[in-house]
Ligand binder design. Sequence first.
Ligand code: C5P
Length: 295
Amino acid sequence: MTDFPASAVDLRPGCKVNFHLDILRLREDGYHELRTLFVPLPVPGDTLRVSEGSVGSGLKFGCSDPELEGDGNIVVRAYQAFAKATGFAPDIEVFLTKRVPHGAGLGGGSADAAALLLHLNGRARDAALNNEQLNSLAADLGADVPFFLLEGPALAEGIGEKLTPVDLDLRGVSLVLCCPGVHVSTPEAFRAWDAAQDTAREKGTPFLTSASHEYNFPTSFGVVAIRNSFEPVIFERYPELRLIKEQLAEHGAYASLMSGSGSSVFGLFHHHDRAQRAAETMAGQCPKVFVHKFL
Ligand code: C5P
């Protein structure tokens, strides 16, 4: 017996970083309207091994991190939502090997869910959903999931579900991604932003949307400022993240930014060897550091 059954397929979703994230306002339903530029990264990335299950078993789900097993996992919810929407519920086993750190602002769970949705939709034949239906089902699972149905960088508006593909020339750019051992809860990060907004309003002070200088990136959508509304509130709670941002700049990054609601922080470099040296130094203090060169 091999450990890779002939019928098994490995799905390899990546993750994302946000080159820009402006929180615009709190909506009545508790969600926030934003404008963000998502950029996909191939590493770190999880693996979902999908193999055939026994007849009538539906989905059997396992994970390399036992804490992430169970019906609450977004992969299980994606399977159930797809089955409910289409009636297509194949007997499969899915084993998720987790590599994308949780609570890091990298959208690992959302990427896993989108990968399974695309896989199921590809097999559903007559029951398959069209793009709009799949997008809407994805948005119900999580605000970042629709982005992972696409392939390239995209501007997201609304709560993250209104997507416009963006032409962003990143060729030759090296990205160093630092994942500290800090877990940031996204709902808490939004609540912290709400509280900071209320305080600023009471005091009549302008609200700081970015923690430091900005770098502007040309895109097909116009110039996009490298900045993130979450930085001021998250850096206040986790000063070590601000330090990582500053250290990346000291090591030669021409822009450095926290991704999503944190905790990961990335730096952009013109020279790959410089990026690699920075990554080696940062690895001394961050449990996980990744380098990616855009080709
Ligand atoms: O949709 P997702 O499960 O990724 O979002 C997690 C939480 O983050 C939501 O329950 C909500 O509190 C908050 N959120 C928000 N505005 C968004 C996206 C997420 O307030 N645009």
